[in-house]
Design a protein around this ligand. Structure first.
Ligand code: MN
Ligand code: MN
Length: 461
């Protein structure tokens, strides 16, 4: 039952393909540190590949037919892609789904204050973070400020070499006796995650002169005033580029690989397939890290509405056809899996753990305790998936998220399963998941992309 290490089966040509994909993926990560940036990067890539916007087509009164490629974006944060198959939609689609939001620190709505000659921005963390990991790192600010007149100002500071960066301080070890006695969850409290953004008083100002200096700079650079923070979405993320890791350059260290590694490999698979029998679909959504809530999360009707519009443009729409199409679909809920970490071996059960280099990971179920909150795929579906993966010579492994009763987690799988379709969790194994810098294996990324492609082409349950 031991799974093989993918690297062992690679010849020089395969190695080159693995490296080429890794390189493109690293560029994608650097360009896509927020869900909005992800959507922008994806739209650019798919428009170049012949995808057209569904809502625009609808306005133009266009019709769709076999082989057409369309997409729809929701609120600049979620996107869904379709490539029409030769079979009617009502026979079901093959769907890849991943999320493009990642844990980070969001700037509060009333964030800017001055204390002891520092100007600081108050933040509220987003998603599951170990707060102590976010101090004393170079940080960047990405996002948008929308002004009352509706204009959007894009902000991206801290990524270029000559940009300034920001940081959160931590208490020096010499004075940290009391702090070091605290539990890890309390060592750095949520309200201590304020980022330092300045320390130079504005000449001629008496009160809060450092803050005044920052506001002057914001006004000059972005034409925004303090009240505009009220309608801003500014995300504080680790500053700097994704890097290759290891002497052998076999790994990738980068921010936001949960779940952009599955989003990118899904996107690549969509772009690599030829004409398929079933309609191929790829959903890349926001808000997974906080429970898939909100209009741009998977629980929103956005996806269902878009499929209805698509059926309409294909001349196939009826309420019954919509339900039949969704119920007959197959889905891979693509999210990262916990990689076995030899430094924390006791959290894993080795026979059912995901290892770096052993390929795409399938999780029959996720959840916590007695599989609570899990999708738990059917054996029939898992058998079908095994046959597809073996047929395409994809290196894959199966895993659980850690030992029974140690913890747990969930994905978007259960939400699509509500339609009665086949869904299984799968993805790429990540080391240090949810940390500012997460690690993945290049081989796993490559195998996962190949697995997604084989699924889109072959799944027919
Ligand atoms: Mn995830
Ligand atoms: Mn996550």
């Amino acid at each position: 039952m031991e799974r093989k290490n993918a690297w062992k089966g690679y010849d020089e040509q395969k190695m080159a393909q693995v490296d080429a994909l890794a390189k493109e993926y690293m560029q994608f990560l650097d360009a896509s540190k927020t869900e909005r940036e992800c959507v922008d990067a994806i739209v650019n890539e798919i428009e170049a590949a012949g995808y057209r916007e569904l809502s625009v087509l609808k306005k133009e009164g266009g019709k769709l037919s076999v082989g057409d490629k369309v997409y729809e974006v929701l609120m600049n944060k979620s996107i869904v892609l379709f490539q029409l198959g030769s079979k009617p939609m009502v026979e079901g689609m093959n769907i890849l789904g991943a999320h493009i939001d990642s844990p980070r620190l969001d700037v509060k709505q009333n964030p800017l204050y001055e204390d002891s000659d520092f100007a600081l921005l108050d933040t509220h963390y987003y998603g599951g973070v170990k707060k102590y990991q976010w101090v004393t790192l170079p940080l960047a600010i990405h996002g948008v400020v929308v002004k009352k007149d509706g204009t959007t100002v894009e902000v991206n500071v801290g990524e270029n070499e000559d940009d300034p960066v920001f940081f959160i301080s931590d208490l020096l070890i010499h004075l940290a006796g009391e702090q070091m006695e605290k539990k890890a969850a309390k060592v750095i409290e949520g309200e201590a995650l304020d980022i330092i953004v300045g320390s130079k008083p504005l000449a001629g100002e008496e009160k809060d002169a450092v803050k005044a200096g920052i506001l002057k700079l914001l006004s000059e650079s972005y034409d925004i005033e303090e009240e505009d923070f009220l309608s801003a979405e500014l995300e504080v993320v680790p500053a700097g580029k994704t890097r290759e890791a290891g002497f052998d350059r076999s790994m990738i260290l980068g921010y936001g690989q949960d779940d952009r590694v599955c989003a990118y490999t899904s996107l690549k698979a969509m772009l690599e397939i030829g004409q398929t029998e079933r309609t191929a679909c790829c959903i890349l959504v926001d808000k997974e890290e906080i429970g898939s809530v909100g209009a741009t999360g998977m629980q929103s009707r956005f996806f269902e509405n878009t499929v209805a519009e698509l059926l309409d443009l294909c001349g196939e729409y009826s309420e019954l056809n919509l339900r039949r199409c969704l119920a007959a679909s197959n889905m891979l809920s693509s999210d990262v899996s916990a990689a076995f970490d030899p430094s924390y071996a006791s959290a894993f059960e080795k026979k059912n753990a995901a290892f770096f280099g052993r390929g795409m990971v399938f999780n029959k179920f996720t959840g916590a305790r007695g599989k609570s909150g899990s999708n738990d795929a059917n054996a029939e579906y898992m058998a079908h998936i095994r046959s597809i993966m073996d047929g395409a010579e994809v290196v894959y492994q199966t895993a659980e998220l850690g030992k029974v009763d140690v913890g747990g987690g969930g994905t978007i799988a259960y939400i699509l399963a509500l339609y009665g379709m086949n869904v299984i969790d799968c993805g790429v194994a990540v080391l240090s998941m949810h940390a500012p810098w997460e690690a993945t294996s290049k081989a796993d990324i490559y195998e996962t992309k190949c697995g997604y492609k084989a699924f889109l082409e072959k799944a027919c349950l």
